[in-house]
Design a protein around this ligand. Structure first.
Ligand code: FES
Ligand SMILES: [Fe+2]
Length: 402
């Protein structure tokens, strides 16, 4: 995401980013998974992705795996995608449909859509099995504005609705149940630490140099509101005289009245960052989210799902296609930037970030990480064996534990 230049640089803030070791240290990565990822809300998809009873989405993160499923009663529920017999995945695809029940592919235990056990295969080989006790383990699930969030473990955040509250009305202009998935969804396994993806995305200082299409669209009218209490907002308002590139030129030409949007948003792209690893974005024609799923200290799966209104006219569809083209080019440019940023973390020559006032969004995200993981304030890399206990001790010493 991408701040209007201030007239003079401020001098009262620490311009260093997190120390380089936090981008490559396995013990720190394990702490991040436990303290930032698995216990914070994760966005899995949209209710329209699982419109019918038996439709499901899966979501893997670290050693955990989730299954989100619509029941015959219309309810959406989340479970561990793990059979209660010997732990196999119960469903194996990213998404799909089960006709009558979930059948484990290992030995054939059968589960109802509400997660209860229907039958074990060859049940006489077991003592009687309680249908609930041996049902799929439920996970926390919250549906907000049509978006399906899960949480693998209880965490410091209140309900997802509380986190989103500062921008609920605005996001509500674009989100809701009346969306369907578009063809522009993508995923990319990138050879970088997840924070390098966030660092690039959390500032717009690079737009003028690295993103010609975005610069053409809204480069001189971009503004960041850095993350506060787990959520940030950025907005780019179309340039008055943009259109040097054909995609931007035609996109701007196709703009039409947007009665559902207030004047301030009719010519704007918006981004809301959700701590720690998710961004929700909207253009007048489309709605999307993208998120960084850490795989290892040096590998991150970045995935995006794009949605549009169920009913749209031809002009909106064309606009959406052009917005997708601009966004696709931008995403590819960002992949390269994240690789260059991340590889510096392994070099003995790297002396750390020195952030511009335009990069306060990077700082705010790092501050959120430091609040949960104060060990990241140490410039010197701690011994792996001490890292978790050191962090616990620093939190116990009155470190900010929010
Ligand atoms: S692991 Fe699922 S039936 Fe055996
Ligand atoms: Fe970028």
């Amino acid at each position: 995401m991408h701040a209007k230049p201030e007239t003079a640089a401020t001098t009262d803030w620490d311009r260093r980013g997190l120390p380089a070791w936090t981008y490559r240290n396995r013990a720190f990565f394990d702490l991040e998974m436990a303290e930032l990822m698995l216990n914070h809300w994760q966005l899995v998809g949209h209710v329209s992705d699982i419109a019918d009873a038996g439709d499901y989405l899966t979501f893997d993160m670290g050693n955990e795996r989730a299954l989100v499923l619509r029941g015959k009663d219309g309810e959406v529920r989340a479970f561990s995608n793990m059979c209660r017999h010997r732990g196999s995945r119960v469903v194996t695809e990213d998404s799909g449909h089960c006709r009558h029940a979930l059948v484990c592919p290992f030995h054939g235990w059968v589960y109802n859509f509400d997660g209860t056990l229907r039958n074990a295969a060859q049940p006489t080989s077991f003592p009687p099995l309680d249908k609930v006790e041996f049902g799929l383990s439920p996970l926390e699930c919250e549906i907000w504005n049509g978006l399906v969030f899960i949480r693998f473990r209880p965490g410091p955040q209140p309900s997802l609705a509380d986190v989103m509250a500062p921008f609920a009305a605005e996001i509500g202009l674009y989100a809701g149940e009346d969306l369907v998935c578009s063809t522009g969804s993508w995923s990319n396994l990138s050879p970088v630490n997840w924070k390098s993806v966030r660092d690039v995305d959390n500032e717009g200082y690079h737009v003028a140099m690295a993103h010609p299409a975005l610069q053409d669209l809204y480069g001189s009218n971009y503004h960041d509101e850095p993350m506060n209490r787990g959520i940030s907002r950025s907005v780019g308002i179309y340039n008055a005289h943009g259109g040097r590139r054909w995609s931007v030129r035609h996109y701007l030409r196709l703009q039409q009245e947007k009665p559902h949007l207030p004047d301030t948003l009719r010519k704007a792209w918006l981004y809301w960052g959700l701590f720690p690893n998710t961004v929700i974005a909207a253009t007048p024609e489309s709605f999307q989210f993208y998120q960084d799923i850490p795989v290892s200290p040096g590998k991150t799966l970045v995935r995006s799902r794009v949605y549009h209104r169920r009913v749209e006219d031809r002009q909106t569809r064309l606009s959406r296609y052009l917005a997708y083209r601009i966004d696709r080019d931008t995403a590819a440019e960002d992949v390269q930037l994240t690789i260059w940023s991340d590889e510096s973390m392994k070099s003995s020559a790297f002396k750390g970030f020195f952030l511009s006032d335009l990069e306060k969004g990077v700082r705010a995200h790092h501050d959120h990480i430091r609040a949960r993981l104060p060990v990241a304030t140490l410039e010197a890399e701690p011994a792996a064996a001490d890292l978790a206990s050191l962090n616990a001790a620093m939190l116990g010493k009155g470190g900010p534990g929010a």
